[in-house]
Unconditional design. Structure first.
Ligand code: MF3
Ligand code: CO
Ligand code: CO
Length: 270
C-alpha cells in the first residue's frame, strides 16, 4: 500500500528512490525553475512582495500544479520572499521593493505528487558591491556543495565544501536552517547541514533526493524569528542570501532537478 514506488529506507531513514522516480522530480523541479525564471521580470523597484507572490500563486494554478506551501503549517502563500536582512521564510505582503534591495524568492510546487523546491536571489535594480559579493559567494557555495554530491561521499562532505568556501570569503553560514530530503513529501530525512566536517554524517547513495539551500550572512550567523512566527532575520541586521536546488544522487554524481530552463539561476543586472 505505502510502498507504491518500491523505494526503501536506509538505516538513517533516508528514502532510496527508483530510476523512474527521477522523471517525476525532473518535471516538478522544472516547473519550479520555470516560475523562478519568469518571475524575474516582476522584480523591480516599486513592486510589492505581495504582488510578486500573487503572480506566483496564479502561475502555479494555471500550470495545473499545487503549491506545497499554501496551508503548510498554517503558511498562506505560494512563495517565501526574503528581503535584505531576512534570512528565509519572509512573508509576502505590502513591502515595497526599493532600488538595490536583494531578495530571495523560494517556491515549492507539487506536480503529480512530486515536490520541486528551489530558490534564488534577485535584485531590484542594481546591487551594491557588498550585496553583489554576498550573492556570488552564496551561489558558488551551493554549486560547490552540489559538486560533492556523489555515491560514497557523505553529507558532511557537502556541508564542509560550503562552509569552508563561505568562511574563506569572511562570511558566515546560517546554522539554524538546513536542507532536507524530499520526493513525494516536502520535508523528510536527512537534515542537510550547510556546515560540517568531511567524512562525517550519512553516506550518499544513488536514489537519494534532497535539497541543498545554504543561507549566508555578511555578518554573524545568528538568526531570530519575528513575532509573525515565520520571518527569520539576522540578529545583527547584516545582509543575508540563499540559493536552493533540489537534487537526486545518480550512479556517478547527481541530477539537478531545478535547473533554470533559460540559464537564469544566477541573477544578472544592469
Ligand atoms: N521552501 C522552503 C524550504 O526550502 C520551505 C518553506 S515552508 C513555508 O524548505 F511554509 F514557509 F513556506
Ligand atoms: Co527546501
Ligand atoms: Co525552498
Amino acid at each position: 500500500m505505502e510502498d507504491r514506488t518500491h523505494s526503501r529506507l536506509t538505516r538513517d531513514g533516508i528514502r532510496i528512490y527508483e530510476a523512474a522516480d527521477f522523471d517525476g522530480m525532473h518535471k516538478a523541479g522544472k516547473l519550479a525553475a520555470q516560475i523562478l525564471d519568469d518571475v524575474t521580470a516582476l522584480v523591480q523597484p516599486g513592486a510589492t512582495t505581495g504582488a510578486i507572490d500573487a503572480w506566483i500563486t496564479e502561475t502555479v494554478e494555471n500550470s495545473g500544479a499545487t503549491s506545497a506551501t499554501i496551508g503548510y503549517k498554517g503558511y498562506k502563500h505560494a512563495s517565501c520572499i526574503s528581503v535584505n536582512h531576512v534570512v528565509c521564510h519572509g512573508i509576502p505582503g505590502d513591502k515595497v521593493l526599493k532600488e538595490g534591495d536583494i531578495l530571495n524568492i523560494d517556491v515549492t510546487v507539487i506536480v503529480d505528487g512530486w515536490f520541486g523546491d528551489s530558490s534564488r536571489m534577485y535584485v531590484a535594480g542594481r546591487p551594491n558591491r557588498k550585496a553583489e559579493r554576498l550573492i556570488q559567494t552564496t551561489h558558488d557555495a551551493l554549486m560547490l556543495g552540489i559538486e560533492a554530491v556523489k555515491p560514497g561521499n557523505t553529507f558532511g562532505d557537502i556541508g564542509a565544501a560550503i562552509q569552508s568556501y563561505v568562511e574563506a570569503q569572511r562570511m558566515s553560514v546560517v546554522r539554524d536552517f538546513c536542507g532536507h530530503g524530499l520526493g513525494r513529501v516536502f520535508h523528510a530525512p536527512p537534515n542537510v547541514l550547510h556546515y560540517g566536517r568531511p567524512g562525517t554524517g550519512a553516506r550518499l547513495e544513488e536514489g537519494m533526493f534532497f535539497t541543498i539551500e545554504p543561507m549566508v550572512n555578511l555578518g554573524r550567523p545568528e538568526t531570530k524569528i519575528l513575532a509573525d512566527d515565520w520571518t527569520a532575520v539576522t540578529r545583527d541586521k547584516s545582509l543575508s542570501a540563499q540559493f536552493e536546488h533540489s537534487v537526486g544522487v545518480t550512479s556517478d554524481g547527481c541530477d539537478i532537478f531545478t535547473l533554470s530552463p533559460a540559464g537564469k539561476f544566477h541573477p544578472t543586472w544592469g
